[in-house]
Design a protein around this ligand. Sequence first.
Ligand SMILES: Cc1ncc(COP(=O)(O)O)c(C=O)c1O
Length: 447
Amino acid sequence: MSTAPAQRATAVPNDLEAYWLPFTPNRAFKAAPRLIARAKDMHYYTPDGRAVLDGTAGMWCTNAGHNRDPIVAAIQAEAAALDYAPAFQFAHPKAFELASRVAALAPGDLDHVFFCNSGSEAVDTALKIALAYHNVRGEAARTRLIGRERGYHGVGFGGISVGGMVNNRKLFGALLAGVDHLPATYNREHQAFSKGEPEWGAHLADELERIVTLHDASTIAAVIVEPMSGSTGVLPAPKGYLPRLRVICDKHGILLVFDEVITGFGRLGHAFAAERYGVVPDMITFAKGITSGSVPMGGVIVRKGIYDAFMRGPMHVVELFHGYTYSAHPLACAAGLATLDLYRDERLFERAHKLEPRWAEAAMSLKGLPNVLDIRCVGLTAGIDLASRPGEVGKRAYDAMDKAFHQENLVIRAAGETIVLTPPLIVSEGEIEEMFAKAARVIKAVA
Ligand SMILES: Cc1ncc(COP(=O)(O)O)c(C=O)c1O
């Protein structure tokens, strides 16, 4: 019989070794850690008390700002009232309330909500619903899924299969079978330094027709795209591109999924980007901003016709064999409700919309700085492409991110060789100035 103790007698406090950081160069991080101990509103605080301006809303998620009192209070109250209720065969009242509130924000007849815990789970859920939907309607041959080059849909096998970022795919085997990709919509030659949606590129939606011709519509289940590709470095949809995709999908009976994990909850000045573009997709995936990053949560909003297609068969039989232990977790629902109240009461989506021109102007002021090849912006997002140093792709933007944190007290994001800025929606005009002034100094420092 083993006599090993349940826990080691001495834990090693503050040892950096055991933690394997996600999407992070671990050795470089552990040599010079960027540690955050607290946060409030627009700022982080390091363990030694340095205030650091948050230029990225965490990771596109703390849209209402950090540690907002009503959200904190709602989480605390729910933790004391209901830690957990089974997600299958049982439910708690706040799950219904939050689903209704989310559905009310979504356009058209997108009025049923399936909850999960992250953007990756939301994407895999949406892809599974698409396949099952065609199946229950007797079109089981519709199994192909279409994504887009440079798309990011999280890290589940479904998400990386339809995604189009090579480093996220290349080490992980054959992925899902029967996936095809639309071309990326970015072309620097035609679009450099566009404010908002570029004029050039709507015709790239017609590539879907080519894919339909290749495979036949009867084999295609769904198309999934981000209205604005975020993780690949802020690529707004070209003008007219998304409506064109909608028309082609309708023509061929293909479901259209908008992955709004980033663009949902105000990032582009609306509850969902679908509203900005006047397009009603068949499903919307969301996460991040639903709780302003405070508790993990994701979900899929589906059109009434999709939900209804499953509501058949004997009453006691499960209609969709899918779900998670923590679907609609009580703490996440409480945080979500408090977050949606804040968005409404402080009119934060309208605020993002109003700030967009000021933001775009400030972003474009970086044009002409050393190594700046392109700047893109839409809503409260900006992507600044830098020229790579010879043989070191990504190193300049990485150094910029590191210097911004340690020397300028600013958090920015490095996506490949792109600097990305996406502040909380409570950002003030003064903080926008401060953010881009700091970013300018950093860009000069890594020249
Ligand atoms: C468009 C999109 N989909 C899915 C995801 C994955 O979300 P998560 O990291 O919560 O799994 C992300 C994350 O950034 C995203 O931007």
